[in-house]
Design a protein around this ligand. Sequence first.
Ligand SMILES: Cc1cc2nc3c(=O)[nH]c(=O)nc-3n(C[C@H](O)[C@H](O)[C@H](O)COP(=O)(O)OP(=O)(O)OC[C@H]3O[C@@H](n4cnc5c(N)ncnc54)[C@H](O)[C@@H]3O)c2cc1C
Length: 364
Amino acid sequence: MDKTEVLVIGSGPAGLKGALGAAEQGAKVTLVERDPFLGGQLVKQTHMFFGSKEQYASERGFKIAEKLTAAVEEHSAIRVLKEAAALGYYDDGVVTLELKGRVLPVSFNTMIMATGAQENTLMFPNCDLPGIYGAGAVQTLMNVYGVLPGKRVAMLGAGNIGVIVSYQLLQAGVEVPAIIEAAPDIGAYHVHASKVRRMGVPIYTSHTVVSAHGKDFLEKITVAELSDSWQPVPGTERELDVDVLCIAVGLTPLTEILFQAGCEMAYIPELGGHVPRRSAVLETSVPNIFVAGDVSGIEEASAAMVEGTIAGLKAALNLGYGRDSYEEKIAAAHRELASLRKGPTGEKIRSGLDHLEQAGEVRQ
Ligand SMILES: Cc1cc2nc3c(=O)[nH]c(=O)nc-3n(C[C@H](O)[C@H](O)[C@H](O)COP(=O)(O)OP(=O)(O)OC[C@H]3O[C@@H](n4cnc5c(N)ncnc54)[C@H](O)[C@@H]3O)c2cc1C
């Protein structure tokens, strides 16, 4: 049985900041990551971030990952386990890891779940043909491994991910004949949408993919217009020759271990599905289990980092560390989170959090 004071699962922006937040207060931390590298989604983000200096504005995601990874790996109170997947939760604070082909049980005093999210997909005839990818997979292929997914790629979904990955495909010299979006409006920031439009990519709103075609690989897709009740309008179908279809239709929080641990959950569509009920400092209904980042509701890396800090500070406080500086640091982090969530871009998350609060507040 391995032992740690603070167990952090997942090394995206939330987990990296969670580990640093707890370690800087004096706690001993074990950070586990199933991938061979740290950084989560950040490692594939080649575009520049928005926000303020504290939120790494104008820096590229993979550069932010490099900085945070270096800080974590240099910290003497943080032990990092890579290629270590958390498999399950057992009573009395034990999580099992799969590490180098064996199962390692780890007991912890406090835990921060920062597992992020998985991509949603869509069902239509032949949706399993080779050549149909999730946007995250395309981003990993291109930006982490330097492999182009195809020559002519249609994008399904005009949210931030769909539009940003389309832009990255264009930068890599790939042809993007269309972005197809079921909703009547584009979900992405307009600055990104304008950029791809200026590069000649049409965005078809109120449209969807109704089928895919090809013998061994994807060769073409059929696209149709959607009615006000989101049904394909007969007679509007047209075919598009493509060798890749990239699906970017949202994310769902990776909450399995929270369910196993018995955390109270609520279904909040604005946050991406089932999310844990938690206190203002991100402690779930199970004492000493915290959440941060996309697992607590789909948002952005900037917010994930601040949530990681909050969870790290409180996880350390529960162990008796950092009493003197806690209140001041938590107040500063809450101010930062509020500023990230203000304005029209924060409307969805604010509404989701209001609905979560109505499901009942967790007090720890
Ligand atoms: C294309 C794209 C563009 C984006 N652009 C921006 C942007 O410009 N600005 C911004 O703020 N945000 C952006 N985001 C959103 C941002 O990347 C995410 O909100 C953020 O990465 C969430 O951080 P996280 O730490 O919660 O999860 P993730 O970054 O997803 O990290 C989760 C980590 O947990 C690991 N993990 C999962 N399960 C286990 C397990 N069982 N055991 C061990 N490890 C596990 C995963 O391997 C992963 O490394 C973008 C996202 C995408 C996809």
